[in-house]
Design a protein around this ligand. Structure first.
Ligand SMILES: Nc1ncnc2c1ncn2[C@@H]1O[C@H](COP(=O)(O)OP(=O)(O)OP(=O)(O)O)[C@@H](O)[C@H]1O
Ligand SMILES: [Mg+2]
Length: 262
């Protein structure tokens, strides 16, 4: 065990004989609190959200949401229907502008980026699984899963191999040529997951990815989601109404009356 030097402990206002690790944890809490108060990003976090508000037609939906997420960490978000979870996910992914407040991605404010920079960031760093997953009806399953890479202009043999591996991991390897209308809800949801992870995003934004599935299929998709994010080192922000699924992420939060409760 490594203890803080007694002189330094006294200077910093820590008790004598305090372990360095515990002292550092306190410092990091101070840092969190300070950066939240002055609305700046915390440099040790990948995503920092500061004082976000969203008002629709005069009705406040998000009311001063602030939190941070480190690279590779997972966080689940719960809250009653209509409380603003999807709205928040859209803002985090740069798909929607908040009424006020800021989202910092790797220290840069999303609203300081040009539309081109934002589009590149969305394609390269973020993966999305939407509440109602949309696959392109005219394309087969493999083409759908390769679509993000094709749009980004980064479709090559490496990406194709990764997508085929992911399809195998989620049990869809027999269906690569299937058209969307022939797939079940669970199969579509697994395909949406593969598409979202195809470019190894740094952050996966998954909005009720098991919302439309039966209990058994939901568990299979959830297991895959956790496994694949862990294997790729992808951070996960998961919206779910399912208490047991929410417990599987490292951090848990709830939205209530527009406030972030963690
Ligand atoms: N573009 C918009 N214009 C006006 N109101 C909106 C808009 N988008 C969302 N809302 C409203 O904001 C509120 C929050 O919607 P949101 O979809 O974020 O809720 P949610 O927490 O995701 O709900 P659910 O659990 O049912 O998916 C709702 O009352 C919704 O009607
Ligand atoms: Mg929603």
């Amino acid at each position: 065990m490594n203890f803080l030097d007694p002189g330094l402990a006294c200077y910093l206002g820590f008790r004598q004989g305090m372990e360095v690790r515990s002292a550092l944890r306190c410092v990091s809490h101070f840092h969190d609190a300070a950066s939240t108060l002055n609305n700046t990003p915390n440099p040790s976090y990948m995503l920092s959200v500061r004082a976000l508000t969203q008002v629709f037609d005069g009705i406040p939906i998000l009311n001063g949401v602030s939190f941070d997420l480190k690279a590779g960490e997972s966080l689940s978000l719960r809250g009653e229907s209509g409380c603003g979870k999807t709205t928040l996910m859209n803002i985090l992914g740069g798909l929607q502008q908040p009424s006020s407040g800021a989202v910092f991605w790797e220290g840069r404010r999303l609203d300081s980026l040009s539309p081109g920079e934002l589009a590149r960031l969305r394609g390269r760093d973020f993966g999305f699984v939407f509440q109602n997953p949309t696959l392109v009806a005219e394309l087969n399953l493999l083409e759908n899963c390769l679509l993000a890479a094709r749009i980004q202009g980064s479709l090559d043999a490496v990406v194709k191999r990764r997508v085929l591996e992911l399809l195998e991991q989620v049990g869809l390897q027999q269906h690569t040529r299937a058209l969307v209308h022939t797939l079940s809800g669970g199969q579509r949801q697994r395909a949406a997951l593969v598409r979202a992870l195809s470019l190894k995003p740094k952050l996966l934004l998954a909005d009720e990815p098991t919302g439309n599935l039966d209990e058994q299929t939901a568990k299979v998709v959830m297991d895959l989601l956790m496994q694949l994010c862990q294997a790729q080192g992808t951070a996960l922000m998961l919206v779910t109404h399912h208490a047991a699924f929410a417990q599987r992420t490292r951090h848990q939060a709830t939205l209530s009356l527009g406030k972030w409760i963690s």
